[in-house]
Design a protein around this ligand. Structure first.
Ligand code: BMA
Length: 341
């Protein structure tokens, strides 16, 4: 097996558990045996937390969590953890302000991602901007959260910022679609010099021929930089007579030109099988939003929403998961082209 290096920081205290699951020999991703790590009614006034993003911060962990309030409206809650598994949530939802310091709340906010680029942390989420679209804010200290311009026109979801600039530009994946539970959507990438004006849009990849991703796909966790390319965990959706099924897929994007897909795994990496993935507010959903990784050991922890109700943790080793994706890779001409017409 080739030696795959994660390019990034050491996080020696990241959550980790060696593979315990039996009967799934050969799969490169395995679940934490104590899942779900966040259960129902996790905080006052919040019925469910899922589709949430965490990252290491000053030797501990911090996260932005999709909290479905008991009135049904989703907002973002800040959480802190010493071990990345047990979380304390702030009582009040995250307060966003404008540049002048005035409160500037979206009407709702869901599926947040959290990414640090240089010395700034960015939160990207889905919200109403005259239709489903992307909201964004920045913070330096996790006390003051200043909203920045909405990156894209409606309709759009699943925006995922890259953890560093490439050729001097911020890069963001997104999934244009419409406001409903729409049966279409491809992943695109856009560039910005300043996190305000986005352009040079390119197509990255569309739904796959494989049944588990044959309806639509969407970006998941911020891509992990590796010696083989950007390792992307994303979600792929299929339709059944009883609703959608959301699985976790994996792809490797070119480091310098990430609209080019080098490898794309034809099999899912994880699909709803456990009770907390199959049973909940929306059954059969596994929805990755973040990873934490330790560069020296190649360990990766994937945080995913389960059944729109819980947060689950899964683990992988960089060299194993990259080897698996390469071995099972099927790419189409649309995946491998630069993505402009
Ligand atoms: C998508 C988003 C996600 C959700 C998923 C399954 O359209 O709304 O937040 O997890 O549907 O319900």
């Amino acid at each position: 097996m080739s030696e795959v290096k994660i390019i990034g920081a050491a996080v020696p205290n990241m959550p980790w558990q060696e593979r315990q699951e039996q009967g799934k020999a050969g799969m490169p991703v395995w679940r934490y045996t104590e899942n779900p790590v966040i259960g129902r009614n996790p905080a006052e006034g919040v019925a469910r937390i899922f589709n949430s993003a965490v990252m290491p911060c000053n030797g501990e962990f911090i996260g932005v969590f999709r909290g479905e309030q008991t009135n049904g409206i989703p907002y973002i809650y800040l959480g802190r953890s010493g071990d990345g598994i047990h979380w304390d949530f702030e009582k009040e939802k995250l307060r966003f302000e404008d540049e002048a310091g005035n409160e500037f709340m979206p009407r709702y906010a869901y599926d947040p991602r959290l990414v640090r680029v240089e010395d700034t942390y960015y939160i990207i989420w889905c919200q109403d901007f005259y239709g489903a679209s992307i909201g964004a804010a920045k913070t330096q200290d996790f006390k003051k959260f200043v909203r920045i311009e909405n990156p894209f026109l409606p309709f759009n979801r699943n925006a995922v910022l890259f953890p560093r600039k490439v050729n001097g530009k911020f890069l963001m994946l997104s999934r244009p679609s419409d406001s409903g539970h729409t049966p279409f959507g491809d992943i695109f990438i856009s560039e910005s010099r300043d996190m305000e004006y986005w352009g040079r849009h390119r197509h990255v990849m569309g739904k796959g021929n494989e049944w588990w991703q044959n309806v639509k796909i969407g970006g998941g966790a911020a891509p992990i930089e590796t010696s083989e390319g950007w390792l992307l965990f994303y979600h792929g959706v299929t339709g059944t007579c009883n609703g959608y099924v959301y699985s976790i897929g994996g792809a490797i994007l070119d480091l310098e030109q990430p609209s080019i897909v080098k490898y794309r795994c034809s099999t899912f990496l994880l699909t709803p099988e456990e009770w907390y993935e199959e049973r909940g507010f929306v059954p059969n959903v596994t929805f990755p939003c973040a990873t934490v990784q330790d560069a020296p050991s190649g360990r990766i922890a994937i945080y995913y929403g389960a059944a729109d109700t819980y947060v689950g943790l899964a683990f992988a080793k960089a060299d194993e998961v990259v080897a698996y994706i390469k071995e099972h890779s099927v790419v189409s001409p649309e995946d491998t082209e630069i993505g402009v017409r």
